[in-house]
Design a protein around this ligand. Structure first.
Ligand code: FAD
Length: 322
């Protein structure tokens, strides 16, 4: 009755979140005296999972699963969990998994807790700490069903290396037409850039940038830091930046290790989506901007002076430490 994780990948490469889930599941498995099994979809080289404590990989290879399909993926996870006699399924909080997790829970007749931010408080009874109300509060949830599904909030646990000897097994779940009621016709994706979902660092900018022509320095700062770019809602509403960059309560959630906010006031709806980021740096001309109340580091000043200076300092630092 190993713990089952779904190790997410894109184009055959694991996402960072796969290793985070493995790290989490390994710690839980140690406390429960069991092992970790990972389900992978269309990923041929799974060896990296052995660095994060995964003992067994169940490999699903199916051309019909090339594009993410929540129902079919959920069905595959359910069948793998049943086959392994799994009592605990651990999923992430990526956009795909937010869609997937409730379907897996229903399929397994399992209790489900989302937004889990820490290791279980106890495993018997099974209690977890979760964030609630857009990260403004925590609650403790007890799952009483025999099979349990939990979804770990992004970046809440981190990566913990722990080597294991991995066994691999091919698995061919029974998928039928009802699993493919929704078809992905096409996928358009940004290439060559760090995505907000995968980013450790996010450089975000707001209306204080005055216009889209001034985003060059935001992109340059992001490039120097290996960061993703993001923006406030009005910026994408006006069309200065693509909607895919809109973060906040009604946009993408951000749980980065470092979030740099440039010319963003820090309205409650913006903060709600980014406040699980670990370190928040705010650059704003207005010392009374609400964002400073939640900032770890604040710079009161003009972005048009601060950002270019910061880029120069970072470039010099990188050159001296290459
Ligand atoms: P502004 O509020 O105009 O702030 C611009 C900031 O830039 C100011 O603080 C100013 O001091 C500073 N500034 C100006 N010039 C400079 C300079 N030269 N250098 C440095 N700083 C400078 N917003 C989101 O972001 N995400 C959401 O998901 C979201 N969801 C919403 C949902 C609802 C239902 C509602 C009602 C609103 C939502 N909003 C959301 C909008 C939110 O309330 C704010 O209006 C928005 O976040 C403000 O964007 P901003 O900070 O870019 O702009």
């Amino acid at each position: 009755m190993s713990i089952l994780i779904y190790a997410e990948s894109a184009e055959g490469k694991f996402k960072k979140v796969a290793f985070e889930l493995a790290s989490y599941a390994k710690k839980v498995a140690e406390s429960m005296g069991t092992t970790v099994t990972a389900l992978t979809v269309n990923t041929s080289d799974v060896s990296e999972l052995s660095n994060y404590g995964v003992d067994k990989v169940i490999k699903v290879s199916n051309d019909k699963l090339t594009a993410f399909n929540a129902k079919a993926y959920a069905d595959a996870i359910k069948q793998a969990a049943e086959k392994e006699g799994t009592k605990l399924v651990v999923l992430s909080s990526t956009t795909d998994s937010l869609y997937l997790a409730p379907l897996v829970a229903v399929g397994l007749n399992a209790g489900f807790a989302s937004n889990v931010v820490a290791l279980p408080i106890t495993t018997s009874p099974f209690q977890v700490k979760r964030s609630a109300f857009s990260n403004k509060a925590f609650n403790v949830t007890e799952i009483e069903t025999e099979v349990k599904v939990i979804a770990i909030a992004k970046n809440s646990f981190g990566l913990v290396e722990s080597s294991s000897s991995l066994t691999e097994e091919d698995f061919n779940p029974t998928l039928n037409d009802t699993d493919f009621g929704i078809k992905v016709e096409s996928v358009e994706k940004v290439s060559g850039k760090v995505t907000i979902a995968d980013a450790d660092i996010v450089v975000s900018a707001g209306r204080g940038m005055k216009g889209p022509e001034n985003w060059g320095m935001i992109e340059e700062l992001a490039s120097v830091l290996g960061a993703a770019t993001a923006c406030s809602k009005p910026v994408s509403d006006i069309g200065w930046r693509p909607h895919s960059e809109h973060v906040g309560q009604t946009g993408k959630p951000v749980a980065a290790n470092l979030y740099i906010a440039v010319g963003i006031s820090g309205a409650i709806q913006h903060i709600a989506g980014i406040n699980s980021s670990k370190v928040k740096v705010v650059i704003n001309t207005d010392a009374d901007a609400p964002f400073f109340k939640v900032a770890d580091y604040g710079v009161v000043g003009d972005a048009f002076e601060i950002v270019p200076a910061l880029i120069e300092k970072l470039k010099a630092f990188k050159a001296n430490n290459a």
